[in-house]
Write a protein that binds this ligand. Sequence first.
Ligand SMILES: Cc1cc2nc3c(=O)[nH]c(=O)nc-3n(C[C@H](O)[C@H](O)[C@H](O)COP(=O)(O)OP(=O)(O)OC[C@H]3O[C@@H](n4cnc5c(N)ncnc54)[C@H](O)[C@@H]3O)c2cc1C
Length: 318
Amino acid sequence: MYDLIIIGSGAAGLAASIYAGRYRMKTLLIEGEFGGETSKAGEIANYPGVMPIDGYELMKTMKEQGKKVGAEFKDGFVKNIKREGHCFSIQTEKELFQSKAVIFAGGAEHRRLGLANEDALTGRGVHYCMTCDGPIYTDKTIAMVGGGDSSVKSLNLGAEYFKKAYLITMEKDIHAEPINLEHLKEKGDKIEVLTETQVKEIVGDKKLEKIILTRPFKGSGELLVDGLFVEIGFKPNVALPQSIGVELDEKGYIKVDSMMKTNIDGFFAAGDTVNHFGRFKQDITAAAMGTVAATSAYEDVKTHGANACEFHAQIIDK
Ligand SMILES: Cc1cc2nc3c(=O)[nH]c(=O)nc-3n(C[C@H](O)[C@H](O)[C@H](O)COP(=O)(O)OP(=O)(O)OC[C@H]3O[C@@H](n4cnc5c(N)ncnc54)[C@H](O)[C@@H]3O)c2cc1C
């Protein structure tokens, strides 16, 4: 029986493991894909107190910190969660664990185009985060696939870096907040919009070389770009929490209060999968939420002590 099981080894889950370990909770973290999105993000240059570092290295350091204070780690994915008897039972591919509290830190994925080569070139020309990776393209040419508000906001943000950008949308028009569109128009020729067009191929060996379009642009079906950004929305990983009745917000993110509590007693959530911080998605915000979730889990288990599970059952049964 663990005091706490943390699901996910991104910034939120790993930060939670450090705090839970320091609270001397008997803690197990089930990793999923180690390091989450950050381990694939390339350089992380905006994590306070850490000079630019490879994302995987940053995650590895966080895990070492968690281990040092006693948290246990297991690789594997959680396949099933149950509120069994008075506790949570957590099933992976191979093992079954029980805990008094759970922190779900399963993250959210940027929706991908689903093209061949996309995964292989992520971080090597293909990107999903202008805040993070825009500076790499200082004085270079990029394409942005999108057409909604976030793609327009990202271009406005990145315009201080790139020399030229093509905004590629499958729609007839761009759908963004008027003020953001005004800012986009202020950029003049720096940004060109290709409507009713999609990217059908991403070409490159070790790095992106060009993209192939479904509709010719200026007489050519291919576009030479240094970077390709994709802003077609997020998909939070919520299937497991949903299976035990965790409530979601209108956009499909897990609803938490300011202490990262869900509607299920003893079940906390943190990071890109929740509706906190206006759904702002960065390592620092994910880590902050993980620390708050661990603190809440600690208070929960401490308050109800050995009877924590019975307490949960009483609340749930009401
Ligand atoms: C290309 C890219 C570049 C980025 N650059 C930056 C940057 O420079 N700076 C910055 O601050 N942020 C950056 N970000 C954003 C940052 O990576 C995310 O905000 C951060 O990863 C969120 O952490 P998280 O723990 O909430 O989720 P994630 O990192 O998504 O981690 C979720 C974890 O949960 C696991 N999981 C999911 N389901 C299960 C399951 N069933 N069982 C077990 N485990 C499960 C996953 O495998 C993963 O380990 C970047 C993101 C991308 C994609």
